[in-house]
Design a protein around this ligand. Sequence first.
Ligand SMILES: [Zn+2]
Length: 355
Amino acid sequence: MADVLSPPRDISVLAPPREHDEALSSWLVRTADAHLLTVEELEREIGGSLSGLDRGDATLLPRLAAMTCTDMGDLAALAPADLAAHPMRAGPKPPHCWAVCPACLQEDQAQRRAPYVRRAWTHPLSAFCRAHNAPLVPHGNSRIKIASDLTLFGDGAEPVEPRDNLLDIVEFDDPGMIARVFRALDDSGRAEALEKRLRLRWAVRDVIDAMTTRMRDPAAGALVALLEHPIFQRRSFVGNNHMTEDCWTDIDAATRLLYVRLALLVLAEPGDPALNDRTSPLGPNWLLLRYRHTKIKGWQSLFAHAAPDPLFLLTMELPRNAILQLNDRSLAWPSDLRRRWTYAAAVGAIGGYVY
Ligand SMILES: [Zn+2]
């Protein structure tokens, strides 16, 4: 593609200094802003997608290094190790791809530096700010913007961005899983740390693919409705007819943040129901209420010791071909989550018969 482009234009003179741990897309959009260019115009100059750079696409780096008078190795080092090893499709362009922490952006302003998107927020698994332990929100939710409307949306275009006003209000997350993601995203550079992160990434990816698949009762919509309705009290995406692969690559930040948090809830260890009195975000006795029509003899005493694991929903509600795909895909998950999948598969095998 680069050979049909004009010679690289030098955009280093007006480029602002890159802030500490700033995402490449963020720095380039701020550079575009300094040149009064739009995101689209800068993407044409670079010859590809800005959001792809955050997701490990290295093909544009030689031209980008020439345009910004930066060392190519320095630019290549900005992509997280797992994305450099297994890049993801670019997905929506900035600002639609950006998740931000409003408290961090306020601190940027208070400390008189330009507000910017951190590298950690652009990772697909990232849904919380480590500094504030607070949910990230789409850039559209934030009153502090990374660049001008002209740069982000183009001249005369309506500055419309995806937003979700419930993401930072509704509490349903499992603290253990949020901490696990923080640990997995720590860049230790060790091969086993990379494998751990990739395995967790595959598990979240696969659960999101499962959640966006229509249930076997065709009128019931996508599986995500069984989580989103009780927690957020709203309707969900109607769903894909067949389970897709990697559907989180093409969705905007508002949708990704929602789905990643719900997937982490599905993957969270439910705990012993007899010893743990914490009510599930899906409501008290949700498992019993959902499957009471199965009329299992003696169910009340049985359920007092039955872990209400949301992973069961996947094996009970999805069509057979989706469950078969998940059986195979879950072999690549972290070993504890794969083990839980096998228990869920057993429940599905028995429950599907009773259903
Ligand atoms: Zn923060």
